[in-house]
Design a protein around this ligand. Structure first.
Ligand code: NAI
Length: 329
């Protein structure tokens, strides 16, 4: 039998945590033959609720779930961690400026990065879900100098999946016929969902949606970028289950690889590809294999796409400069 994989989840008592933990424990994160130990990190006020979630996890009698640790100590939570899902974050509250938000999250992701640096397993893979995800990931990464930078990633898979679903609807095909969609830039309203390199039902993505530039600009791009707000408005609560599903997809794809003829979107440390400044954590088209990923190279970027990518990247550079000024990186 295989040794269990240690999976750390922060914000374990939150909404996403509640939708995420049961799927990790049932084998959807890593595979149906991989046993897991769960390490749940919460703030002191969240510990009791996390205990309750752990009771329910027990009650599922998941064959793959070996052990559950609940703690408010980052060093304990990340001890020997192979996979870390950083979900808990400080939300923006009324009247909060961007600088306040970044500073509050720096107080979380800086120490967690250091705890990962000092305690995690050598093969640690980190996914940051908590917003602002890209810059939180950057803060964690810069506070973990002994961990290879590419192990820190930010989640744009929910945006990617939302784009796939919208394109399938528009083209009248099933979602598995939509391939090579890309989310570029920041997980924010400035993100750029790119259909120009997509393949839909075997055709070019843009042609498959009728080469309809107005639909693209006035419907599709804002639909994907503002979907989170739309869900809150309609459901009366945030998109926790689809976010948890995207986190599962992100790690599963990272570990198990992208399918031949397809790619995915991940927020990763830029190597300067496509003119994205080196070092920031920005979303790119990536293929994955054997637990490693590569940015898809050689895509032709139109002037329209260039302007969209540049705008989102400029926002990330602004966030990086702000956290640098605050001494967080
Ligand atoms: P939530 O408020 O229900 O849960 C957050 C949990 O994190 C709470 O239980 C809280 O006690 C805990 N927490 C706060 N600070 C912590 C710390 N320092 N260490 C450990 N735990 C801590 O929020 P929800 O709905 O689960 O969302 C979590 C985050 O995910 C939010 O930042 C949200 O904006 C983000 N998100 C990101 C998405 C993406 O696509 N990247 C999509 C949807 C949500």
């Amino acid at each position: 039998t295989r040794t269990p994989v240690n999976v750390t989840v922060t914000g374990a008592a939150g909404q996403i945590g509640y939708a995420l933990l049961f799927r990790i424990a049932s084998g959807h994160l890593l595979g149906a033959d991989v046993p897991v130990n769960l390490r749940l990190l919460e703030i002191p006020q969240g510990l009791k609720a996390a205990e309750g979630v752990a009771m329910e996890l027990d009650d599922c009698a998941f064959p793959l779930l070996r052990d559950i640790t609940i703690t408010d100590q980052a060093a304990t939570a990340f001890d020997g961690a192979n996979v870390a899902l950083l979900v808990g974050a400080r939300p923006r509250t009324a009247g909060m400026e961007r600088g306040d938000l970044l500073a509050a999250n720096g107080g979380i992701f800086g120490p967690q990065g250091k705890a990962i640096n000092d305690n995690a397993a050598d093969d640690i893979k980190v996914l940051v879900v908590g917003n602002p995800a890209n810059t939180n990931a950057l803060i964690a990464q810069r506070n973990a100098p002994d961990v290879p930078a590419e192990r820190f990633t930010a989640m744009t898979r929910l945006d990617h999946n939302r784009a796939v679903a919208q394109l399938a609807k528009k083209a009248g095909v099933t979602v598995d016929e939509v391939k090579k969609v890309t989310i570029w830039g920041n997980h924010s309203a400035t993100q750029y969902p790119d259909v120009f390199h997509a393949e839909i039902g075997g055709k070019n993505g843009f042609e498959a949606v009728g080469s309809d530039q107005a639909w693209l600009e006035d419907f599709f791009i804002p639909k994907v970028a503002k979907r989170g707000a739309e869900i809150i408005e309609v459901r009366g609560a945030s998109s926790a289950a689809s976010a948890a599903n995207a986190a599962i997809d992100h790690v599963h794809t990272w570990v198990n690889g992208t399918a031949e003829g397809n790619w995915t979107s991940m927020g990763i440390v830029s190597d300067g590809s496509y003119g994205v400044p080196e070092g920031i954590i920005s979303s790119f088209p990536v293929t994955t294999k054997d637990g490693k990923f590569e940015i898809v190279q050689g895509l032709e970027i139109s002037d329209f796409s260039r302007a969209k990518i540049d705008a989102s990247v400029a926002e990330l550079v602004g966030e990086r400069d702000e956290v640098a000024k605050l001494g967080l990186i």
